[in-house]
Write a protein that binds this ligand. Structure first.
Ligand code: COI
Length: 353
């Protein structure tokens, strides 16, 4: 393990911190953050600091050319047990895959894990304890080099911040707008990487989505505008004839860790899981005919959130008529029970802090 520097004001920041009753998602920040700089081809010491502003020059490359990546992960402490972190090794692997696509250096496993574990350990008293709540961890890296030349930076900062959070979505289920004009990602692009630009590309559609009265945007493939890809920050599953169907991964879709975990859990619970190209119009026909009974969003932030209906700009709506004993409810309960340490973890997915 490399050198760790602990800021002298950190203990005071932690003792002064009060966890508010109403959390929301990503609004309240834990009083500690980790930071590590990369220069001259190597990583420096990992620093633990009070959460607060950071300084950078207006020429920092990230501000102009968006050389930036991030991860989303969660620590759980339901009923005071834990904290438990869910599959952090997977986040580390994906972080470095994103780094390669964005011409950034790998963050070594030891630095990534030490930063995540230390931020969680120092925030341990602020991990919310009600089921479905967690400490949302956000590792990220950006190009800090000061220069306006368009070329890969040589100076970077890796940081981890944390947010005691409740549900990502308020309300019971999602209304989802099918975006048929704009595209989020295209073959050969950065869609599979967790980089800010992919999320920025979805923001104009988020305004349309909201103005039309929906909560989430569903993206189709950029080439045919036909096949379902993902939503703006989470993967999608549909249940057809009691089988789970989800889009095949490729370079335009994020390889979700919740998606991957649900495939394993569903198969082990005896469900057939089909990864395929899902034609959006076929799916809508299956909803109309009653063959498709459920649809849900899944991701670290969203966990599993059921979709109430899909809709189009022309006003067409496709409501889902959920059966009793919903597959999405069964999977959500199973996943959360493992994540929160309420149930045996036969997969060794959980790391105890
Ligand atoms: C996550 O689920 O961690 C994400 O990055 C999605 C974002 C919408 C919060």
């Amino acid at each position: 393990m490399g050198q760790i520097v602990i800021n002298k004001d950190l203990a005071k920041a932690i003792s002064d911190f009060q966890l508010p009753e109403n959390l929301g998602f990503g609004n309240v920040m834990a009083p500690v953050m980790a930071s590590c700089s990369y220069e001259n081809g190597k990583w420096g010491p990992l620093e633990l600091l009070p959460y607060g502003p950071i300084t950078m020059y207006p020429t920092a490359k990230v501000l102009h050319y968006a050389q930036e990546i991030f991860e989303g992960m969660k620590a759980y402490r339901v009923n005071g047990k834990g904290p438990f972190i869910f599959r952090p090794e997977e986040n580390h692997l994906r972080f470095n895959r994103s780094a390669e696509r964005m011409a950034m250096p790998h963050v070594p496993y030891n630095i990534f894990m030490q930063a995540v574990l230390d931020v969680t350990a120092y925030s341990s008293n602020f991990v919310p304890r009600r089921t479905g709540e967690s400490l949302y961890l956000r590792p990220f890296m950006f190009a800090s080099e000061e220069s306006l030349g368009i070329k890969p930076a040589e100076k970077f900062k890796f940081m981890v911040i944390a947010s005691p959070s409740g549900s990502y979505f308020s309300g019971a289920g999602l209304s989802v707008y099918i975006e048929r004009e704009n595209a989020r990602a295209f073959p050969g692009g950065t869609g599979f990487a967790k980089t800010g630009g992919n999320y920025a590309a979805g923001l104009a559609a988020a305004i349309t989505t909201k103005n039309l009265g929906f909560v989430q945007t569903l993206w189709l493939d950029a080439v045919h505008k036909k096949y379902i890809e993902e939503m703006s920050g989470m993967n999608v599953f549909v249940v057809i004839n009691n089988e789970l169907h989800t889009s095949t991964l490729g370079d335009t879709i994020l390889d979700g860790i919740t998606r991957k975990s649900l495939i394993t859990l569903a198969q082990d619970l005896g469900y057939k899981v089909v990864e395929r190209k899902i034609d959006v119009d076929e799916m809508l026909a299956d909803i109309k005919s009653g063959k498709c009974t459920e649809a849900f969003a899944c991701g670290t932030a969203a966990i599993i959130t059921p979709i109430n209906y899909f809709g189009e700009a022309n006003g067409d709506r496709y409501p889902l008529h959920y059966p009793d004993g919903k597959v999405s409810t069964i999977l959500r309960e199973k996943l959360l029970a493992i994540q929160e340490g309420r149930e045996q973890d036969p997969y060794k997915w959980v790391t105890v802090v």
